[in-house]
Write a new protein. Structure first.
Length: 506
């Protein structure tokens, strides 16, 4: 079997039609998937030393949420380094990133694997991967035919990246070379639900301005990620983004943290200290949990927002600063201001452009994408060869209410992986509903489990149990030092101490 001129022409037509569609690549990948009789096909975009799926066929839906770092996936690294078609032998001992992720063959290993690196000029911009369960599945296609397919898809991906830049709010043209590799944050905002697409659109609109932004939403929805996205897409992106958790500030040192102090200003002030505002000069200051800021400091914060000047504690000379404020809260500040717990004038100053981050339960299919994202992070963290979600597990996760939102989902994935790995006794793990709900481990089959009503309290208890074990392990690895433990867990030390206290670890 060979690829006819008409078949290649059909792909070219699909590409031209699809570029004007929101789902630009689904039709292209579907066409290639059927034309080459693949069991799994994926179009991947290359960003910051990792591959991000933009369209797949034959793969589990959570694959779209995964991010494949090159150093963790030797086959994808080989494709990235190649300048031509890569055919992996059936007996290759390199782990295939899609093993366990083809729903109809979840417990079987992929046998035929072809990778096509995609280029814009001389720069890698992506890859097209073709996989099959038959070891000789792609032997009939010559390298030359596959090069033609790669060239067609490369052009489509390059044009789509240009269109993405042109469609961003406030962008009047493509401001960088097409060959420039796009750098992304390692903790990107995963999701394509209508609620998230609207949020991303609003972020794009306000990021280019210097307006203050109030980010609202429940605990665990990802308000800090929104703040990072606002800063990265702003004209201040080359300047610092300074973070301050207002809830972790003892009132006795809060003023010094915000505005700094001079030597001798108070007992213990043995040298000058630069405050967060000065550190964020010409950049962005993110005030998390702004609703917890003491009323006495709210007036001083308001003055800085109004006039751009501040005074260090113990100093009369004012300092001028140019800082953009991003604030976040899970409280209703309008209600708090009506009750006198938050200054009304400060509320209006901060909420010039409010952004609401939707709870996870309102994000539909994003739950599965995020589960895939956390599975890939978890797989790498625990050194597993493969980590996949069963269909029943995806159904269970999709139906959950997730009162703790994304943070709770992440902890649940980590906890389930620990349980499943202990059961599997190996490096290839498939997560089942029983791994998320141990009490249901004796169920006869996965199907009834997916229909069991959720108990939010039991899930919270299970998450707490996982956190206790995980913090104990991290503390032991840190030789009992809480500061080192916080760094290992990538947490604010104050937040870790409070969490440890709530979990009964202190």
């Amino acid at each position: 079997m060979t690829l006819s001129v008409n078949s290649l022409a059909d792909i070219a037509v699909d590409i031209q039609v699809s570029l004007s569609r929101p789902d630009r690549f689904s039709r292209i990948i579907s066409s290639i998937h059927h034309l080459l009789d693949c069991d799994a096909t994926a179009l991947l975009c290359y960003e910051a030393h990792q591959f991000r799926p933009v369209a797949t066929a034959g793969l589990a839906p959570d694959v779209m949420g995964r991010r494949f770092q090159l150093e963790a996936h030797p086959r994808l690294e080989a494709i990235a380094r190649a300048g031509d078609v890569v055919r992996f032998p059936a007996e290759s001992d390199l782990p295939d990133p899609y093993d366990g992720l083809i729903p109809e063959h979840q417990e079987l290993h992929v046998h035929a694997c072809v990778g096509l690196p995609l280029f814009s000029g001389q720069t890698l911009i992506g890859a097209l991967t073709l996989d099959g369960m038959n070891a000789t599945q792609f032997d009939a296609y010559s390298d030359e035919e596959l090069r033609v397919v790669a060239a067609l898809v490369s052009g489509a991906l390059s044009n789509a990246l240009l269109l993405e830049q042109l469609e961003k709010p406030g962008v009047g043209g493509f401001s960088r070379a097409a060959e420039e590799v796009k750098e992304i944050d390692t903790d990107e905002m995963i999701g394509s639900s209508p609620a998230m697409m609207q949020l991303k659109k609003e972020i794009g609109i306000v990021a280019a301005t210097d307006l203050n932004v109030l980010i609202t939403g429940e605990t665990g929805v990802g308000k800090e990620l929104v703040a990072r996205a606002l800063h990265q897409q702003s004209a201040r992106s080359t300047q610092p983004l300074i973070y301050l958790n207002c809830a972790a500030l003892p009132e006795s040192v809060a003023e010094s943290e915000l505005f700094g102090h001079v030597k001798g200003a108070f007992t213990g002030a043995i040298h000058d200290r630069t405050g967060k505002f000065e550190m964020a000069n010409n950049g962005t200051l993110f005030l998390d949990e702004i609703g917890e800021l003491p009323l006495s400091l709210q007036a001083k914060l308001l003055r800085v927002l109004q006039y751009g000047d501040l005074q260090r504690v113990g100093e009369d000379r004012p300092l001028k600063v140019d800082v953009r404020i991003l604030a976040a809260t899970n409280q209703d500040l309008r209600q708090a201001s009506a009750e006198g717990r938050f200054r009304t004038d400060l509320f209006h100053r901060l909420s010039v452009f409010p952004l609401h981050v939707p709870p996870l339960r309102e994000r539909g299919d994003d739950i599965v994408l995020l589960a895939g994202y956390f599975c890939e992070k978890c797989r790498k963290k625990f050194g597993l060869r493969h980590l996949a979600l069963s269909g029943a597990a995806r159904a269970v996760l999709s139906k959950a209410e997730w009162p703790g939102n994304i943070r709770e989902l992440e902890h649940s994935i980590y906890r389930a992986t620990i349980i499943a790995q202990a059961e599997a006794g190996g490096a290839e793990v498939i997560l089942l509903p029983s791994h998320f709900f141990p009490a249901q481990a004796g169920a006869a089959s996965a199907e009834p489990v997916a229909e069991v009503a959720f108990s939010s309290q039991s899930l919270r208890d299970a998450t707490d149990e996982f956190q206790r074990r995980y913090i104990r392990q991290a503390l032991q690895a840190s030789e009992g030092k809480w500061a080192a433990c916080a760094r290992k867990l990538e947490m604010d030390p104050g937040n870790l101490h409070r969490l440890a206290g709530r979990l009964g670890l202190k």
